[in-house]
Design a protein around this ligand. Structure first.
Ligand code: AMP
Ligand code: GLY
Length: 420
């Protein structure tokens, strides 16, 4: 098979790394890719949002399967476009991707199909939203309806913060049209867990639950980022809880999407808070998580290409997913300043050292210039290690991090500690 992976982050490097292990795969392309991906795939400089350019490339190269990493091309309808031209592609249709690209749609779905989630109201008129915020008590969460690169949900601990956030979203439109409508929801206290599942629209194969670390600082302090590290399996989900999540969340969601005539194919990401009343959904994503993928895929023993193929077309009913009993930890190395302004183009040292067979340096914002590997984004590397227990995985990951350096490199020192 010839496979095209779309995207350029740590998630896509991990996907390419896993796909490259398949005996069925002869050639991998990645658009646009990064320095790490270029060691395993031919990188082509087409932007992930240029869905027409991607179609032209895939048709011209006779790509057998396209795998979409980020949400933006999915929300632009890349799957519908590829399928209309007879090209096989892994991911949900534009209408199904609304489970992520419209918070209002995802709340409607959860309400209708009784999927546990935070209580909420939605608004498209600022004055009404303002009135509502004044009538309830903090803490609460203000969310832009549309896509905002992971920054559209603002947790507000006071009414003043909530009013200011509402103003930023609906009046100042800091995220453009994405903030024209908002969801205002109840704040849920508890540990956050990400549960991902492959689905063909009917059948579900769940992956190992993972825990992301979103805030920039140790101890979950400071502003949220795209994710500063992850570990799996998440300790807050035992077998019984996993069954509850499957029965009360994943199954009704997939059934609901089919009943809404938006059959969901691809990978579904449920972002959960483990509340005292049980797991509740705070968001759905229509794609693999980043950095969750960096810890989930190394724990899959099976070839994932048959799953990607069957989710795209056909069914996954008879496929068995072989899982490792190990633990995985991913520590993200970020550019100094991230998630605010940061500099790019710093030379990365140490990647050529010996890391052993339990460590994988998944690249995110990197690029190759001559023989140098330079930083090229906020999140630069996802240093991932396997271990027979969480402690061993943590130690291996941090010992690998110690071998890598670039000017301004920043990372959290407590990734995975919640599991100890
Ligand atoms: P989202 O973009 O919806 O994933 O939200 C970003 C982050 O905000 C989440 O990872 C949570 O940490 C936090 N968050 C979102 N919704 C809630 C909620 N209802 N209660 C508490 N925290 C939330
Ligand atoms: N790690 C959070 C996300 O992928 O949305």
């Amino acid at each position: 098979m010839k496979i095209l992976v779309i995207g350029s982050g740590g998630r896509e490097h991990t996907l390419v790394w896993k796909i490259a292990q398949s005996p069925d795969v002869k050639k991998i392309y990645c658009a646009p890719g990064n320095a790490g991906i270029s060691e395993l795939a031919d990188c082509v400089s087409i932007d992930a949002a240029d869905i027409k350019g991607l179609l032209k490339f895939a048709a011209g190269k006779h790509i057998d399967l396209t795998v979409v990493g980020p949400e933006v091309p999915l929300s632009l309808g890349i799957v519908d476009l590829f399928k209309s031209k007879g090209l096989k592609i892994f991911g949900p249709s534009q209408k199904a991707a609304e489970i992520e690209s419209s918070k209002i749609f995802s709340k409607y779905l959860m309400e209708k199909y009784k999927i546990p989630t935070a209580k909420y109201e939605s608004f498209d008129v600022y004055d009404r939203a303002e009135e509502y915020v004044k009538s309830i008590s903090a803490p609460l969460v203000v969310k832009a309806d549309g896509l905002a690169a992971g920054k559209g949900a603002i947790v507000c601990f006071t009414k003043e913060e909530a009013l200011a956030s509402l103003n930023k979203l609906m009046v100042q439109r800091i995220f453009g049209q994405a903030g024209a409508k908002v969801v205002i929801e109840e704040y849920l206290a508890g540990e956050e867990v990400s549960v991902l599942a492959f689905t063909d629209g009917t059948n579900i194969v769940s992956l190992i639950p993972a825990q992301d670390h979103k805030p920039i600082l140790d101890g979950d302090k400071g502003p949220n980022t795209g994710g500063m590290g992850a570990y799996a399996p998440a300790v807050f989900v035992d077998d019984k809880m996993f069954e509850t999540i499957r029965k009360n969340i994943l199954e009704p969601t997939i059934k609901g999407m089919a009943l809404e005539e938006r059959p969901y194919r691809g990978v579904l990401y449920a972002g959960l808070i483990m509340t005292r009343q049980g797991p509740k959904v705070i968001e759905f994503n229509c794609r693999f998580g980043d950095p969750e993928t960096q810890v989930i895929l190394p724990l899959i023993k099976s070839d994932i290409v048959p799953f990607l193929n069957a989710c795209a077309e056909g069914d996954i009913k008879d496929l068995k997913l072989g899982l490792s009993a190990q633990f995985a930890v991913c520590v993200v190395l970020a550019s100094g300043g991230y998630p605010n302004e940061y500099e790019k183009g710093k030379k990365i040292f140490g990647l050529d050292k010996n890391f052993g067979s339990s460590v994988f340096n998944f690249h995110a914002g990197t690029k190759k210039v001559n023989d140098d590997c330079l930083t090229n984004g906020g999140r630069v590397l996802g240093v991932t290690a396997l271990g027979n227990n969480i402690k061993q995985a943590i130690n291996r990951a941090y010992s690998a991090v110690g071998k890598i350096a670039f000017d301004g490199a920043y990372y959290r020192k407590d990734i995975g500690y919640k599991a100890l």
